[in-house]
Design a binder for this molecule. Sequence first.
Ligand code: PLP
Length: 408
Amino acid sequence: MQRFKPEQALCETRREFGEHGGVTPSISRSATFTVMDPATMPEIFGGRRGPESGGCFLYSRHFNPTSSILGRYLAAMENTEAAICTASGMAAISSTLLQLCHRGDHIVSSDTIYGGSHALFNDLMPQMGIDTTFVDPSDLEAVSRAITPQTRVLYTEAMANPTLKMAHIPKLADLAHRRGIKLVVDNTFTPMMISPAVLGADIVVYSLTKFINGASDVIAGAICADKAFIHQLMDLHTGRVMLLGPTMDPRVAYDIIQRLPHLAIRMREHSRRAHRIASRLEELGVPVIYPGLAAHPQHALVTELINEGYGYGGLMAIDCGTQRLADAFMDRLQNEEDFGYIAVSLGYYDTLMSCSSATTSSEISDDAQKMMGLSEGLVRLSVGFTGSLAERLAQMERAVIAVGLHRS
Ligand code: PLP
């Protein structure tokens, strides 16, 4: 079990109070900021004098007081020197990769990643002269063979969307660093549970849209890294966040700041319920994938990598075999049992479920889906924590029996 305590780190970071003594921080919505001494303007513009080095805020696409508070909290939680917030998870991923890679460069990526990230690497970035080789990240030999002198980045999700395969971050970090490249980890599925930077990752990217915000009401992202990389992203001449402009709205930053203090409690409850439901499904002989089950092939690895006290996560997958059966199962769960919603995304307080091959992995070709072990009937469930667990177990049991997913 890991020793890092993200909850404690978050709690120990300097607390920000609002104007007039408010217990919540103020929302600073100003697009621009008054510079009191005009002589300091060139230094502020040159990035030598920021708000924490005798200067002031300049313009909210650069740094904004409210978004900076969220960035500081996220950096504490991830144990990185700094973090920058972005308008979406895709903005965090694309800005990071475009900052690290230029024309002629190469990425080695896990073959099992969110469909949008896959499309970015496979379809869009080649148009900019940046190519990607996709490999199974658990095959370290294959990862090593895929690295070329042009490779700049090794990219993986800590827990893969949607097969829930776990990356061995310490081994990947070791390999990346021996070959002089950066390890970038998307930790969207496993905040608090996994601390990629503590395990050796150089940069941690997030879709905050999911568990971290937890209310499915905003789209947001973040990049957690060392100060030097965050400053590169904000450089006035070449910074990808500064110049491509995926700025987080300070009102969104405020909303997420308000939800961070209960992220740990939510993660524990997502995990507790997912574990109980997965265990019951296993007893019923349903083909369920959940890393917390002892029979899961990576159970020992996940147990080694997770921070103590957050369980094995809120996501599980059920392989229904065919899309027809997957649809019948989800239809039953939503429309007969009221168990949750047929909707993409995850990390909501209610259960969300979708058939991945036809939705959030649909950008990935059928052959590539086969290679990553994604069945057309795989239903990904993000287990929520509303309602009584006993009732949710009963609803799930009735649904699997009704559609014949159980062992007969
Ligand atoms: N990373 C993962 C693992 C995701 O599942 C998603 C979206 O589903 C993203 C990144 C993209 O995040 P966003 O929708 O906030 O841009």
